[in-house]
Write a protein that binds this ligand. Structure first.
Ligand code: NAD
Ligand code: DAU
Length: 350
């Protein structure tokens, strides 16, 4: 029987790359993209595949169990790749309950509907939950997160993702569902909403606006190109073992301040500005509450067991990313109009 895969959150940053990869690479699969289209969801991200015969979009909130049941029946869903989530740490600090509703309640709703729909044949179906390295907490200067590292989430966002991971594993243990979880490091690339560090900096440099750096810019993140994450999700979905967890990352740690300086240098070059012009925009602002110092993923297991590794070097990925934003002014204009202006003012200017 052909696969009918429900991909949730497919209109968001990572989801749109996963949907495109699956629609193009697997013409025999039906790909059903389910997304509530919150501020972070954008169907413009899916223009390339919207008319493909193996692609369908359903505007549904994962908090709505009845609507989920209808989608499972209508499309005879065989497998789930679950990415829908509230994803921004700063928003979780100002509105934690929104994160509980979507990330915890929404995930349990989806698990319930899948379990019920697949109940006669649980072993033929896979529920793949896409999660984050932030569930492991914050690292000091040395060491890496392993799949066996104890959970220690520090923000309302990571606490909600940790809870959802626990529920997925609990459904495997208690009800015998086939599940798999992957925990990935920071992604960057095209279609990234400009509330996150890299696209926010690119947008502000372009518009000659101050670049807000939290604290001293010493925090470290481990960056992976989004299409490499999508490839990893493809690998885990097809080759991963049910019940397992796979860490995904690029062994690519950067201090925030160093990444911002790199963006400034590259954009001065591309925009024909004098060297050093954009660095003058760097502005140190109040630190994020409870700001995690460092994340670093050990991605040895997925490399050794499933043969996945990143395809791009960071310098190459960042060039592609900047070029994409410079070539897609319309996309940026659409996502930064309206509500984005209010959000930006409240977080950075009030
Ligand atoms: P995003 O915020 O760009 O996209 C989230 C998508 O989910 C949006 O399209 C949004 O409309 C949709 N959504 C939100 N609430 C919903 C709801 N209640 N019902 C249905 N749809 C809803 O997020 P992203 O950065 O693409 O992250 C996708 C997933 O990957 C998340 O689960 C996130 O925790 C995880 N993740 C992200 C990163 C990263 O660096 N961005 C790294 C590791 C893991
Ligand atoms: O590690 C994976 C996680 O990476 C994902 O699970 C999250 O969904 C994703 O948003 C991301 O979380 P971060 O908090 O690490 O990403 P963000 O881009 O918000 O911030 C990256 C770093 O830059 C962090 O140390 C905070 C800092 N920062 C961020 C913003 C938005 C600034 O200094 N200034 C800013 O304006």
């Amino acid at each position: 029987m052909s696969k009918h895969i429900l991909i949730t959150g497919g209109a968001g940053f990572i989801g749109c790359h996963v949907v495109q990869l699956f629609v193009n690479k697997y013409p025999d699969y039906q790909i059903i993209n389910l997304d509530a289209l919150t501020y972070a969801g954008n169907l413009e991200n899916l223009k390339e595949v919207e008319n493909s015969p193996n692609y369908t979009f359903e505007k549904v909130d994962i908090q709505n169990a009845t609507a989920l049941e209808e989608v499972f029946k209508k499309h005879q869903i065989t497998d789930v790749i679950h990415l829908a989530a509230e994803s921004h740490v700063d928003r979780s600090i100002s509105d934690p309950l929104a994160f509980v509703k979507t990330n915890v309640f929404g995930t349990v709703n989806l698990l319930n509907v899948a379990k019920e729909y697949w109940k006669d044949d649980l072993q033929s179906h896979l529920f793949y939950h896409v999660s984050t390295d932030e569930v492991y907490g914050s690292l000091p200067e040395g060491g890496f997160f392993l799949e066996t590292t104890a959970y220690d989430p520090q923000s309302p966002y990571s606490a909600s993702k940790a809870a959802s991971d626990h529920f997925v594993r609990a459904y495997a243990n208690t009800y015998g569902m086939r599940t798999v979880v992957s925990n990935c490091s920071n992604n960057y690339g095209p279609n990234h909403f400009p509330e996150k560090l890299i696209p926010l900096c690119i947008n502000n440099i372009k518009n000659e606006k101050p670049i807000p750096i939290y604290g001293k810019g010493e925090n470290v993140r481990d960056w992976l190109f989004v299409k490499d994450h999508a490839r990893a999700i493809d690998t885990v979905f097809h080759q991963g073992e049910a019940g397992e967890t796979y860490n995904i990352g690029g062994f690519n740690e950067w201090k925030n301040i160093d990444i911002v300086r790199l963006l400034c240098r590259k954009m001065d070059e591309k925009l024909g500005r004098e060297v050093g012009t954009s660095e003058k925009l760097i502005t140190f602002v109040k630190d994020r509450a409870g700001h995690d110092l460092r994340y670093a993923i050990d991605a040895t297991k997925i490399k050794n067991e499933l043969g996945w590794e990143p395809s791009l070097q960071f310098e190459e990925g960042i060039e592609l990313t900047i070029d994409w934003y410079l070539a897609n002014q319309n996309w940026l204009d659409h996502v930064t109009s309206g509500a984005y202006q209010d959000y930006y003012k409240e977080l950075y200017e009030d």
